[in-house]
Design a protein around this ligand. Sequence first.
Ligand code: GLC
Length: 428
Amino acid sequence: MGADLDALAHSILRDNDQGGYTIPTKGLYPYQWNWDSVFVAMGFATFDLDRAWQEIENLFQGQWDDGMVPHILFRKNDPSYFPGPDIWGTKSEPFPTSGHSQPPVAATAMRDLFEQSRAPENAERAKALFPKVMAWHRWWATYRDPKGHGSVAIVHPWESGRDNLPDWDEPLSNVDTTNVPDYVRKDTSHVAPEMRPLKQDYDRYMAILTVGKACGWDPKETVEKTPFLVADPAITMILLRANRDLLVLAEKLGYLDAMPEIQGWIERLEKGLESLWNPKIQAYVTRNLRTDVLGTGVSSASFLASYAGITDPKVIEPLKAHFDRIAGKVNYMLPSYDPDHPGFEHMRYWRGPVWAVVNYMASRGMREAGDHLRSEKIRKDTVRLIQQSGFAEYFSPVDGAGAGGNSFSWTAAVWLAWATPSLAAKAA
Ligand code: GLC
């Protein structure tokens, strides 16, 4: 069974490969997505290191002059997707892109690829990418944390990569939708509507997009004018982790001058993260930077604390207690949102379902922190989900049903890079 799934995972990556870059899945997501590509690279790295580098290098072809790496790269127009390049209206070269970013996982993957081979060409590729990743991280520090507080803000739920999280409901409720032009969604023609965001949410997504477009997606102006500005613990933790990996790369690749700047970002993010701790619920939450309202639920972001290198028992112990409580409620970890919260929906996009890539990051962090029990619980649950429902986009934590798109690239990629039982067999 494991070997068959390995073979299937390979073929999914090959099938979704467009020649140097990979789409998440046919139909629903026909372009190159930012963090999807990075996880895909980790999958490719298990059998083709050259192709793995190429995936990340091609992602950075979409990088803007200000350092931003967009969340979607529209290399060719595909009318089956909405909102496409004309709606975003960016002026980017060499091809159109979306106007904001997505979780910065690239530096972490880059370190993994770099450490995989001592061949000089391998170090050369890491060296060539380094300044681009540095510019991207500087963009986050400059534009998404303009006051230097250390928590990283997003200007659109889509920038978080956790598009439909219940924590966005409060900030989204303040978004005025009266000027949203008529539009026709395409996602619900590919996937059952009950697995996708509601119309009201989509109207608000479009309203925010319209404001960003009117700002020409200038990062400073967009942050000033967007009706949605929320500090996100997941992005903050992912960037913190990525900066730690970038720091190691700086040293190993001889970019010593870059080290103090990266060190500064790390200290700032560690501090900023404290402002996202909700003492009432004892978990990391979002903070609406327009109203100062904190999120009220335990999302899977909290379980990235160890991945981010946080070791303080005052944080880790309550999070372990949440983990154990939630594990007693659902059949498959990690639900994207607390099953005890009224916002939980087990099949709707980011309001409950399990994502294999989040599981991978959380499990990796817990393993690195020595919590093998919880780390393995997440991995084994991921194996059971994929055995039961295949390489789905996401899964119900209640009954394990697959949801969203299928033959999904990043699910296949993290299977190969982390979940598959054949890795343990190889290591033994
Ligand atoms: C959805 C997810 C996002 C992902 C994209 C492509 O928009 O919320 O995280 O990058 O699909 O898989």
